[in-house]
Design a protein around this ligand. Structure first.
Ligand SMILES: Nc1ncnc2c1ncn2[C@@H]1O[C@H](COP(=O)(O)OP(=O)(O)O)[C@@H](O)[C@H]1O
Ligand SMILES: [Mg+2]
Length: 251
């Protein structure tokens, strides 16, 4: 990200300059409404920044979702997506539809597509007996994993996920956490926006904390310090014994 200013009519965060090298796992944190989703959608090229550029290996992907899509996959926030989808599409169809769009570009044939869909569904541990079930009947955690499966089809070097740990139970969270760390260990750049960094902290290489117009990026032990958190979270931070609470989130 080079001199990147994200926002809509007005800037949300300005002059972001940062480089991530693979393999790495980055958590994007910050108070609600600060611009986490905006940043992720700018990285995947669907939003044009107010200023600056997003580059992958020197290739400018700014505001170009087609070009960005060669390098970056996106898992949208589930609350704004599948939770509203109660139409009768099966797990298999949901992924297969996307696989075909990719297959045409990549020159894959039917056998390859079937194999690819099987692979990604297995990767996110959705059991076979659910493959014929309609998406609307899955649990929150299963839907989240389905969205991740779909994003894995393209095998891109960068995977971006918007709050993959919200709206799922503890068990679902640990499955998602293990997928995230596996992707990182495979050598990718994984960028995840998150409210609760604790769950994935061990695996986190960098925290990118967004504040009101500002940002800080560094290793977790550099960023998750009281003076910095106080500054970025303002009134929503409460110290409680040895722990720090951010609103209702706990770390
Ligand atoms: N399409 C849009 N047009 C204008 N403002 C928007 C749009 N989407 C989000 N915003 C505003 O931008 C700010 C940041 O939103 P967002 O990136 O979703 O924050 P976060 O993901 O950190 O909660 C919020 O004030 C939000 O209301
Ligand atoms: Mg958001």
């Amino acid at each position: 990200m080079k001199e990147l200013t994200i926002g809509y009519e007005k800037p949300l965060v300005s002059h972001i300059n940062t480089v991530f090298r693979s393999p790495t796992f980055v958590q994007v944190m910050g108070p609600n409404g600060v611009g986490k989703t905006t940043l992720l959608r700018t990285i995947i090229g669907v939003l044009r920044p107010l200023k600056g550029r997003v580059l992958v290996d020197g290739v400018d992907i700014t505001g170009n979702p087609e070009k960005a899509g060669r390098y970056v996959s996106y898992v949208p926030q589930i609350a704004t997506y599948v939770l509203n989808n109660i139409f009768p599409v099966t797990v298999w169809e949901f992924v297969e539809f996307e696989a075909w769009a990719y297959a045409r570009r990549a020159g894959l044939r039917k056998d390859d597509v079937v194999k690819l869909v099987e692979e990604v569904l297995e990767e996110v541990a959705i059991p076979r007996d659910l493959w014929g079930r309609s998406v609307g009947k899955l649990s929150g955690g299963q839907r989240q994993r389905l969205l991740i499966a779909r994003a894995l089809l393209k095998r891109t070097p960068i995977v971006v996920m918007d709050e993959p740990l919200s709206a799922i139970d503890i068990e679902g969270k640990s499955v998602v956490a293990s997928i995230v760390s596996k992707l990182r260990d495979e050598g990718r750049i994984v960028i995840v926006s998150c409210h609760d960094p604790e769950l994935l902290l061990e695996k986190t290489d960098y925290i990118m904390l967004l504040g009101y117009g500002e940002y800080v990026v560094g290793k977790p032990e550099e960023v998750l310090r009281l003076p910095i958190l106080e500054k970025f979270y303002r009134g929503s931070l409460v110290e409680h014994g040895k722990h720090i609470h951010i609103c209702d989130y706990h770390m």
